[in-house]
Design a protein around this ligand. Structure first.
Ligand code: AMP
Length: 551
């Protein structure tokens, strides 16, 4: 017997139509590429998204066609999110920080028919154009006629102006209903190794994920919040916030390309932002600006940090110096992205001091919908004791089941369909997961595993250290030993021996790196993560006898 409840599909368009109907005047504010602040309401955004569907149709975009975007967080990108998914096409957000070769590969692999781009990417589009001409038939610059740059494109690739297309379209479109498992959006993983891989979200996964991230023990979004996704809309849909905020009716504030500390702080105060989300690098920049300028955050109550491990000092500094709570979250492109969020339980909410901090630094506990397990080298599940660490697997309705246009290779999922995250983690008795490493970054010393992240966290707590990486270097006896690579703070010249002494008493003796190297900068991926592969290659032989540096 079936229940007698209405069968309404969970469609992305329902998020914006809900906002337009029930939160019609809630604002969407954008600091534009051109500079001025643009503001309108959810009702305006929904109307323009319908108009945009008509424009897309005139460009020949049909069901399940891919529409690429090279764009910052802003209102036109937001409209594209809803117009593409809402009409049954697929919005494909592209990370402009990747190398042009990778971007061209991604666009061709996705089969994008149309490419939308902010004017700041005009040169990039010109570089890409000859390489993507087989797939992309039209480029739309996301601006008005007054700001339209001149572009030289190959024959057959038309150039359009976003606002001209909008002016020529009408608003008569009605959002269609279709199966909620239809694909809605596409995003490629950043690809620190090998080619980027496509993750194809569905309407169902997107709406379920949005409902979950808004929950009180996750982002805890409220209609009275003013929400700033600093995490880019080209990186895992800005962690789902452009979907969750309209669902809640919370106003959105988009920072565009203005991501340095000073413009962020100004926009936050001017637009009375209460909640923002981003990667540690962004918050480091903001903190540095606050400290040097003496500026304050007038309205911000909460920051969410994810994408890489949250440095302890960031959590402490924002809370102690600025009264802003920092919460730690973990996820990945393949998980839409949120998997865990670190919120207290009744049993540990009052635990303060070092023990409380230890708990808050973890990546958090699984949100409803996501299940986790950790698995040892022998393939067996490990206990949740907070110390055993192994490969982390997840499953749930917003976890990818396969990559776009790839045959399953048997590596990304186990026989029961659990997705292999590539992270190595512990889970404690209360269910809090802590990443100890990426599986390829773990240092295997004499058959035991050493967490590079744990060592990096200790290193960056040293007063002279701006950034640190710990990588495995071959060792004649132990197979691999940790090597510390440090970028000092401006004006500081720490001695390697002194940096190594800093680890004493903080980790087991055999975890302490055997050597330290001082460098001017560390390589990063397009999404700001440390490019460990490049460092491993460079320092692979550091401890071998003929490298001259062996211990
Ligand atoms: P991406 O798909 O580019 O978002 O990268 C996902 C990966 O980023 C994860 O598998 C983790 O290795 C890393 N990551 C994300 N959030 C965190 C976090 N809070 N702490 C440590 N690593 C993280």
């Amino acid at each position: 017997m079936f229940g007698l409840m209405q069968q309404r599909p969970r469609l992305v368009s329902s998020l914006i139509t809900h906002a337009a109907r029930h939160h019609a005047t809630a604002e969407v504010v954008s600091k534009t590429v051109e500079g001025p602040v643009h503001r309108y309401s959810y009702a305006d955004a929904e109307r323009r998204a319908r108009r945009l569907v008509r424009a897309l149709q005139r460009l020949g975009v049909g069901q399940q066609d891919r529409v690429g975007t090279l764009a910052w967080n802003g209102f036109r990108h937001f409209e594209l999110y809803y117009a593409t998914a809402g009409m049954g096409a697929i919005g494909h957000t592209i990370n402009p920080r990747l190398f042009p070769d990778q971007i061209a590969y991604i666009i061709n692999h996705a089969g994008d028919r149309v490419l939308f781009a902010d004017t700041s990417f005009a040169k990039l589009v010109e570089t890409l154009a000859p390489r993507i001409a087989g797939s992309v038939g039209a480029v739309v610059m996301m601006t008005d006629a007054a700001h339209l740059p001149e572009l030289s494109l190959p024959a057959g690739m038309a150039l359009h102006c976003f606002e001209d297309l909008m002016a020529a379209a009408d608003e008569d479109y009605e959002w269609p209903e279709f199966d909620e498992t239809t694909a809605s959006a596409l995003c490629y993983t950043s690809g620190t190794t090998g080619q980027p891989r496509g993750v194809l979200y569905s309407h169902r996964s997107t709406v379920l994920h949005a409902m979950t991230i808004a929950l009180p023990d996750v982002m805890g979004l409220r209609a009275a919040d003013r929400v700033m996704p600093v995490v880019p809309m080209f990186h895992v849909n800005a962690w789902g916030i452009p979907y969750a905020a309209p669902m809640i009716g919370a106003p959105l504030v988009f920072p565009g390309p203005h991501l340095a500390g000073e413009p962020l702080q100004t926009l936050m105060n001017e637009e009375r932002v209460t909640f923002a989300a981003g990667v540690p690098t962004i918050w480091m920049g903001l903190l540095q600006h606050l400290r040097t300028s003496g500026a304050r955050l007038d309205t911000v109550e909460r920051l969410v940090i994810g994408g890489s491990a949250c440095p302890r000092m960031l959590m402490e500094a924002f809370s102690d110096e600025y009264g802003v709570r920092v919460d730690h979250a973990w996820g990945m492109t393949e998980m839409s992205p949120v998997g865990t969020f670190n919120a207290p339980k009744a049993t540990n909410a009052d635990v303060e001091g070092e023990e409380g901090m230890r708990r808050r630094m973890k990546q958090g506990r699984a949100v409803f919908g996501v299940d986790m397990k950790i698995v040892g080298a022998d393939g067996r599940e490990l206990p949740w004791d907070g110390t055993s660490f192994g490969d982390l697997y997840v499953r749930g309705p917003w976890v990818c089941s396969a990559y776009f246009r790839e045959e399953p290779d048997g590596l990304s999922h186990d026989e029961e369909g659990w997705f292999r995250t590539g992270d190595v983690a512990t889970i404690d008795a209360d269910g809090y997961m802590e990443i100890t490493d990426r599986s390829k970054d773990v240092i295997k010393s004499g058959g035991e595993w050493i967490s590079s992240i744990a060592l990096e966290n200790i290193a960056v707590a040293h007063p002279d250290v701006a950034e640190a990486a710990v990588v495995a270097s071959h060792h004649p006896v132990w197979d691999e030993r940790p090597l510390l690579i440090v970028v000092p703070k401006p004006g500081c010249r720490p001695e390697p021996e002194e940096l190594l002494r800093h680890f004493e008493g903080k980790v087991a003796k055999w975890w302490i790196p055997d050597g330290a190297v001082i460098v001017e900068e560390l390589p990063h991926t397009a999404t700001g993560k440390l490019l460990k592969m490049a460092l491993r290659d460079r320092y692979r032989e550091h401890y071998l006898p003929d490298s001259g540096a062996a211990e």
